[in-house]
Design a protein around this ligand. Structure first.
Ligand code: DGI
Ligand code: FE
Ligand code: FE
Length: 187
């Protein structure tokens, strides 16, 4: 079953995107060990997180459900691929584990109250070995000691970039940040 999933992802994604996916799998398995999360579930979620990344807008809209929030951001493929990916994983690949499906769904924009598996996939995506941006090594170090602090650092970097380029900011991204700050306060 796992071998078949790897073959399917390899066939579906261009080589560079597949290499990125393998990087996310590697980091996600190591973080799963670190945070006592089931490694098999982390592997599947990481493997499938970008399965819809290369879909056309038409394909994306075929899979995305009519989520209220997405109505306002539905023209942006970047923000849709996680949502489409989770529906695709369920419908086409028969993945029924809700935590895995949510980890795929929210890996780009996050959400309030993420589970540890969702956080692992979100962060692994941002720090896998081929990612290269200022302070990525600092986030990699923080990921080992405190996943919330690592995510906060990464989200702040992302928000600054989105503000710089005058992009719309999805409310989930802000919700995730507020929620993580609350969780860090309780540590
Ligand atoms: O699919 P990947 O490239 O591996 O990574 P990803 O799923 O995190 O997608 C990254 C893209 O998502 C990047 O171009 C920034 C964009 N993004 C994330 N949150 C927001 C956002 N774009 C906008 N406009 N608003 C957001 O809140
Ligand atoms: Fe993605
Ligand atoms: Fe990714």
């Amino acid at each position: 079953m796992l071998n078949q999933l790897y073959a399917h992802v390899k066939k579906t994604l261009p080589p560079k995107r597949y290499q990125h996916t393998l990087g996310v799998v590697k980091v996600a398995i190591s973080l799963a060990k670190q945070y006592n999360v089931n490694e098999h579930r982390a592997e599947i979620a990481a493997l499938l997180h970008d399965i819809s990344k290369c879909m056309t807008m038409k394909e994306l809209h075929f899979y995305v459900d009519s989520d209220e929030t997405l109505k306002y951001y539905g023209t942006m493929g970047e923000l849709l691929h996680g949502f489409a990916g989770s529906v695709y994983a369920k419908q086409e690949l028969k993945i029924y584990d809700v935590d895995i499906l949510n980890a795929i769904k929210y890996h780009t924009i996050g959400r309030r109250g993420m589970t540890i598996l969702e956080k692992i996939i979100y962060l692994s995506d941002a720090i896998e070995p081929s990612r290269n941006y200022p302070n990525v090594d600092l986030i990699r170090e923080k990921a080992i000691t405190c996943i919330n602090e690592a995510i906060l650092f990464e989200v702040d970097k992302k928000l600054k970039h989105l503000l710089d380029i005058n992009a719309t900011i999805h409310p989930n991204t802000v919700d995730m940040r507020n929620c993580i700050i609350g969780e860090i306060g309780k540590n």
